[in-house]
Write a protein that binds this ligand. Structure first.
Ligand SMILES: NC(=O)C1=CN([C@@H]2O[C@H](COP(=O)(O)OP(=O)(O)OC[C@H]3O[C@@H](n4cnc5c(N)ncnc54)[C@H](OP(=O)(O)O)[C@@H]3O)[C@@H](O)[C@H]2O)C=CC1
Ligand SMILES: CC(C)(CO)C(=O)C(=O)O
Length: 337
């Protein structure tokens, strides 16, 4: 019988815990975690569940948890699941430790993590990945997938040894050639992250309200304009092409709820990872999401004023959080200089 591959989770948080938990029965999963995360998992074990009703619990003594990066040494595959600002540090740590030729997949939001990992890990195969769904932690050690979608990874022969493991773990890998198109399309969706955080509402409640969707439409229109100018065509990740999303989002509530029911098929408690960061008092990824649109627009001689305003509002919220009213924020974004 073939032995199970060794998969290391580098950065055990929402996504790392969930993916690692799912993979546990079909691979030798090793979690590289911060001490407080390791303590939680060692006390409660790891429970993973999803909105389709799948449940799995792994007892503490079955988990292989480490708080030192050294534990990554003998991995066959490393899943990088740190936030974007931590990628460079993770890349340098991995460069010291990985056996040459180890496969690395970035399962992170943002469009530059894979390039950063590749630059620091020239002797390794680094693939871009994308997580379409949301993960929350309803109670310590319990990680819940609150929306649908399949993992997407850059097409590569190197995945042959792992594709069956992911499929058997009910997180199949969809392989695609043009990952920049996928990552930019995901980034357009992630433009909602700061809005969700500023709303103080779960995603489903926020997106059910037209004024919040109009804020998102405004941010996406600026994004699409910048992508057009740069000649980047975002992939289609939702039922509608990216280009049609601002129009659909701007529809009155009744009509939107009828035509976009799938967009609202989200667990009632799910929130964006930017909300998680604000709640935990961490610096958010806003520079790697809305900040990317501001930078791309500027490189093409355009302005993305609404996205720039959102970046500065999130900076303020990182210091002191006050939820926004949707109409007030919409006015603020429309009036952004
Ligand atoms: N949460 C979600 O629902 C989704 C998240 N994503 C994306 O996935 C990526 C991961 O997000 P998420 O899981 O939410 O992030 P989390 O902050 O929950 O988890 C990342 C963990 O990695 C730790 N970490 C950072 N650097 C290191 C290191 N060098 N060694 C060991 N541990 C480290 C962090 O600790 P510390 O905080 O102390 O640095 C943190 O505990 C992000 O890019 C995010 O945008 C994508 C889709 C959905
Ligand atoms: C899944 C989604 C889009 C949820 O907002 C996300 O990527 C995030 O929270 O960072």
């Amino acid at each position: 019988m073939k032995s199970k591959p060794r998969i290391a989770i580098y950065g055990t948080g929402m996504i790392g815990s969930y993916l690692g938990g799912r993979l546990h029965d079909h691979a030798r999963v090793r979690f590289i975690a911060r001490p407080h995360v390791a303590a939680t998992l060692n006390e409660h074990g790891l429970r993973v569940s999803d909105l389709h009703g799948r449940q799995q619990h792994i007892a503490p003594d079955e988990l292989d948890i480490h708080t030192h990066p050294d534990a990554v040494r003998d991995a066959d595959l490393v899943l990088v699941t740190v936030k974007s600002a931590a990628t460079m540090d993770a890349a340098h740590e991995l460069a010291e430790l990985l056996t040459p030729g180890t496969l690395v997949i970035s399962f992170q939001n943002g469009v530059r993590n894979t390039a950063e990992l590749r630059a620091a890990l020239p002797g390794h195969k680094v693939l871009a990945g994308m997580v379409p769904f949301n993960v929350t932690q309803p109670e310590p050690g319990h990680f819940h997938q609150g929306s649908s979608g399949e993992l997407i990874v850059e097409r590569s022969d190197a995945l042959a040894a792992f594709a069956d493991v992911f499929a058997a773990s009910a997180i199949p890998l969809q392989q695609q050639e043009d990952m920049q198109a996928v990552l930019w399309a995901k980034l357009l969706i992630n433009l909602n992250n700061p809005l969700n955080a500023l709303s103080g509402l779960p995603l489903r409640e926020e997106l059910a309200q037209r004024a919040w969707r109009q804020c998102l439409a405004l941010l996406q229109r600026e994004g699409l304009r910048a992508l057009d100018a740069a000649g980047i065509r975002p992939a289609q990740l939702t039922a509608l092409p990216a280009r049609w999303l601002p129009g659909a989002l701007s529809l009155p509530d009744g009509l939107f709820h009828r035509i976009a029911a799938r967009m609202l098929a989200i667990d009632p408690l799910a929130r964006s990872s930017t909300w998680d960061d604000l709640q935990a008092g961490r610096r958010t990824e806003v520079d790697y999401i809305n900040g990317e649109i501001v930078a791309l627009a500027a490189s093409k001689g355009q302005r993305a004023s609404a996205n720039a305003r959102i970046v500065s509002l999130i900076r303020d919220a990182e210091q002191s959080f006050e939820p926004w009213n949707a109409q007030a924020l919409l006015r603020e974004l429309r009036d952004a200089p």
